[in-house]
Design a protein around this ligand. Structure first.
Ligand code: AMP
Length: 297
């Protein structure tokens, strides 16, 4: 497996396949790799060659966010990518991505203005900028993003469309632990007790899906149900996460629990098109997000 730190050598490598008409699948990551990332690699391997990047992008972190303590496990990550069948990894330095005098930004598309765009001002500007820069270094035919970061996937899709990037953006399903917790590099910050509480997110999504499948189509009602579960306001009897002492778990903060159009993330009164339920909240200092595309099976 090749490891490049300069954008020029990465571009030359990808170009050598593209000039022969071969497809190149690209998986951008911030490292601290887990099975979720590796599932994207697995999808990328349907191309002739799979490439990845590891870069903890400082411009997508807010001033009070966890940039400094974001997990960095480069050697283990490279080993995982090699085993997963990646042919080359781009691991740039901060200076290569943001050289002295850097001042050109990609503004977030409109779809990035709600939800995470409100909770994390500037986040999607940082994401859109770094992903476009990564696409310059690795001009792949296909790029794979997790639906775990649902709005991010939609932001990248819109950016690639609006800026004629020419790389096909593919959204991949969220990989979960057996008990439903969506895999995330940030899960390692959770204590045993907090990890139990983190199950509230997938439990709320299960519940909202169940209500929807049983016929409830009013988003207001579905959202109230999710919020009550997440904030520990449901009766113990109906809350399967309550412990033996009857303590009902809750998130420490709830940023949003909402149901919006899956296509453009706009709010709806009643479900009459494909929708996604999205949740963001914190347990202690760890911020977690999760979502579910609701389907009437
Ligand atoms: P990150 O390293 O957190 O920036 O994530 C890199 C890519 O992996 C993004 O496209 C994420 O959406 C995706 N990803 C993260 N967690 C998961 C997961 N549990 N399942 C599927 N994809 C994921």
């Amino acid at each position: 497996m090749e490891v490049f730190d300069s954008p020029d050598s990465a571009r030359e490598y990808v170009g050598s396949f593209r000039s022969r008409g071969q497809t190149v699948g690209f998986v951008p990551t911030m490292g601290a790799l887990h099975e979720g990332h590796l599932s994207l690699v697995h999808s990328a391997r349907s191309c002739d060659v799979a490439v990845a990047s590891i870069f903890v992008n400082p411009t997508q972190f807010g001033p009070t966010e966890d940039l400094e303590k974001y997990p960095r496990t480069l050697d283990a990550d490279l080993e995982k990518l090699r085993t997963a069948g990646v042919s080359a990894v781009f691991v740039p330095t901060k200076e290569q991505m943001y050289p002295d005098g850097f001042s050109t930004w990609v503004e977030s598309p409109r779809i990035g203005e709600t939800l995470e765009g409100i909770c994390r001002p500037g986040h999607f500007r940082g994401v859109a900028t770094v992903v476009l820069k990564l696409f310059q270094a690795l001009p792949a035919t296909h790029a794979y993003f997790g639906k775990k970061d649902y709005q991010q996937w939609r932001v990248i899709e819109a950016m690639a469309r609006d800026l004629n990037v020419g790389t096909e953006i593919i959204g991949c399903e969220t990989v979960r632990e057996a008990d439903g917790l969506a895999l995330s590099s940030r899960n390692r910050y959770l204590s045993e007790n907090d990890r139990e509480r983190a199950l509230l997110l997938s439990a709320a999504l299960n519940q909202v899906e169940k209500s929807y499948v049983s016929g409830e189509a009013r988003t207001e009602i579905l959202q109230i149900q999710m919020r009550e579960l997440l904030l520990g306001q449901q009766p113990t009897a109906t809350n399967t996460l309550s412990d033996a002492s009857g303590t009902v778990p809750r998130l420490d903060t709830l940023d949003y629990a909402t149901i919006v159009s899956a296509e453009d993330l706009t709010p709806l009164t009643s479900i009459d098109r494909p929708v996604v339920a999205l949740i963001a909240g914190s347990i202690g200092t760890t911020r977690l997000i999760d979502n579910r595309e609701l389907q009437r099976i």
